[in-house]
Design a protein around this ligand. Structure first.
Ligand code: PEP
Length: 234
């Protein structure tokens, strides 16, 4: 069984989400399916999928205009939240320390964080990929986690670019993440691959050792693109 999550980013509408939910109802799969949608679309009856958010405040309540707390996400029945997506790190200056606090806030509210880590093109070219991935996991995962979490490895240079690392590169990254999680007492934590996953490469990517599923951006917006990814593995 694989874990397939969509990240709608700032796209879609409640009507588009309903179309997706309706299309997913008849999909024959045992895979876990999660749709991480804009805040305004949470609260829908997601049928056989679960809904998640794409960010959460590290604060619980108070004078933080525009922020949404983990308790508020739980109030609209969100089950997951992406934290530390590369676009949050790039455009909002989010650091591993901030991501860790957001993940902790989610866990405290009973929401499963999908914690993203990955290297930029500059870091890759400087030979720092493995170091960035390992420190990303060690620093972005809260201490003494006693609830489910999910990690997503997303090479930042490949997101939305139609680029993917080689199978060997993905395998090396996922093995490192699995080993790192094990050393932190978190063996068995699902590790997703994300960046330019499509219907024509999803099965191959999910056959790589230690790849427990995928985080899908652009190809999660339309049923015709997303469903083939979900059904590409049993
Ligand atoms: C993402 O934004 O998390 C992502 C994986 O995007 P894409 O699939 O479009 O590369």
């Amino acid at each position: 069984m694989k874990f397939i999550a969509g990240n709608w980013k700032m796209n879609g509408s409640r009507a588009a989400l309903q179309t997706m939910i309706d299309a997913l109802r008849d999909v024959d799969t045992k895979n876990t399916v999660v749709l991480c949608v804009p805040y305004t679309m949470l609260g829908a009856d997601a049928g056989r999928a679960a809904l998640g958010a794409q960010d959460v405040s590290m604060h619980h309540h108070g004078a933080f205009t525009g922020e949404v707390s983990a308790e508020m996400l739980r109030d609209v029945n969100a089950k997951y939240v992406i934290v530390g997506h590369s676009e949050r790190r790039q455009y909002h200056g989010e650091t591993n320390d901030m991501v860790r606090e957001k993940a902790a806030a989610a866990i405290a509210a009973g929401i499963t964080p999908i914690i993203c880590v990955g290297e930029t093109m500059d870091e890759k070219q400087a030979g720092k990929t493995m170091a960035i991935i390992e420190s990303g996991v060690r620093e972005s995962v809260p201490e003494n986690v006693d609830a489910p979490i999910v990690i997503a490895y997303e090479p930042r240079w490949a997101i939305g670019a139609g680029l993917t690392p080689t199978a060997d590169e993905i395998a090396a990254a996922h093995t490192l993440i699995a080993d790192t999680l094990k050393s932190m007492g978190l063996a068995g934590t699902p590790v997703l691959y994300g960046a330019s996953v499509k219907g024509n490469n999803a099965a191959e990517i999910m056959s790589i050792p230690n790849v427990d599923g995928v985080l899908v951006g652009g190809a999660s917006l339309k049923p015709d693109d997303f469903i083939p990814i979900i059904t590409s593995v049993k």
